[in-house]
Ligand binder design. Structure first.
Ligand code: CMC
Length: 378
């Protein structure tokens, strides 16, 4: 067997062949199935982009209508899932609630028929349709309220915001939210997608695939960074405090949340669009002092770390967008998951098409031939 060099974090090591998305980290390019995200953000919708990623081509008018209709029909969650979620502690993190709820779907839809295209489609539709309902339901139930039923006359993103705030959202906010989902839906072999593919490779059910990916997304080095960015901006508190804050963190060898990326060495193209979206919201609904802090932070970090290729990533401006929409900070990562579930499912489908179970090796650096010491001699 060929012996390869060990690379911590598997940096630069291909874990799969994939035609789902492409990143050029030097030029700041991101494409889904070959289409630039700037174009999809300007012209597509989240459900159309999800279809593109999962089935490989943009849908025809009829295909899109059918897919949207199926998703609409599956938005409701079973009352037993709702009841289960009611028992979750309200102090628990919504990502943990989401992971448990996604895994629980496997209990209710336990038939596993991975070679049947109808099963694949049903699972895709069910997961894309119910994850937003579960996120919104937990948010209301942890406040002691009953969840709000989905509204069939609202499209995907408007319905989520409606279920969350119990009122019909502003049209611009709903449109911007939908674009945010497009920007977060897929991103090559990131940690949660890798996790999804490893789980998929065991031929388990798609609910377990998504639950494992949700667990991976939650960490602060991955999707959880968007929450920490807002906490960091709040801690900084004023434009004048930006420079001393950045300098102190760098001196203490601490990371600045929302900056840096394994692949991008320029400003993340998603951060560029998210910043524009934030500005559109501020124009309509009034500014946010944290935006000024964020802009100053971007300037100072570029001055200090630009030479290392450290620039804002997708998580830097997304929180400011969600904050302006009145979304609580700890829902930012579940919203990332609402989008990314379609990407994970595209990888699930691709993995199944040419599956071989993931079973990497390791470089053993432990002891050998160690004698067993009896308990009374330890
Ligand atoms: N702040 C300060 N220094 C940084 C940062 C940062 N955010 N990111 C990287 N560096 C420095 C790091 O200290 C190291 O410097 P040196 O070579 O002098 O020791 C160098 O850059 C390489 O860093 P690394 O941690 O080895 O890079 P990585 O590719 O393993 O990590 C990362 C990538 C995204 C985990 C990292 O940049 C990071 O921790 N960023 C902050 C958390 C964050 O914003 N995460 C969201 C990532 S994007 C969306 C997502 O994946 O969900």
């Amino acid at each position: 067997m060929m012996v390869c060099e060990y690379k911590p974090g598997l940096e630069g090591i291909p874990a799969a062949q994939s035609s789902i998305s492409y990143v050029d980290g030097q030029k700041g390019i991101l494409e889904y199935r070959g289409i630039r995200i700037e174009e999809l953000a300007a012209k597509s919708t989240f459900l159309e982009t999800a279809y593109l990623l999962i089935w490989g081509e943009l849908p025809s008018k009829e295909e899109l209508k059918a897919f949207e209709e199926e998703v609409r029909l599956h938005r409701r969650i079973k009352y037993r899932i709702r009841d289960m979620m009611k028992c979750f502690p309200e102090s628990g993190h919504p990502m943990d609630a989401l992971q448990a709820s996604a895994a629980a779907l496997g209990l209710f839809y336990s038939l596993r028929d991975l070679h049947n295209p109808a099963y694949i489609r049903d699972s895709v539709v069910r997961l894309i349709a119910t994850i937003p309902t579960m996120v919104a339901a937990f948010q209301l139930m942890r406040k002691g309220n009953d969840p709000v039923k989905p509204r069939d006359d609202l499209d995907y993103s408007a319905n989520f915001l409606y279920m969350l705030h119990e009122k019909e959202p502003d049209a611009l906010a709903a449109k911007i939210f939908d674009i945010c989902l497009i920007l977060h839906v897929e991103h090559t072999m990131n940690a949660s997608t890798f996790s999804a593919r490893v789980t998929a490779s065991t031929l388990t059910d798609p609910y377990a695939v998504v639950a494992s990916a949700v667990g991976t997304l939650g960490g602060p080095l991955h999707g959880g960074a968007n929450e920490e960015v807002i906490q960091m901006l709040e801690e900084i508190g004023s434009v004048e405090n930006v420079r001393p804050y950045v300098e102190e963190r760098l001196q203490n060898k601490q990371k600045l949340m929302g900056f840096g990326h394994r692949v991008y060495k320029v400003k993340d193209p998603r951060a560029i669009i998210l910043q524009e979206l934030a500005e559109q919201l501020f124009d309509k609904f009034g500014g946010d002092k944290y935006y000024e802090i964020a802009q100053e932070m971007e300037r100072v970090v570029e001055e200090k770390l630009g030479h290392k290729g450290i620039y804002p990533n997708v998580d830097f401006y997304s929180g400011l967008v969600y904050r302006k929409m009145g979304i609580p900070t700890d829902l930012f990562t579940p919203i990332f998951a609402i989008a990314r579930v379609a990407g994970w499912l595209a990888h699930w489908k691709e993995q199944l098409a040419e599956n071989r179970i993931f079973r990497p090796t390791q470089v053993y650096n432990g002891k050998h031939e160690v004698p067993y010491t009896p308990l009374d001699q330890r």
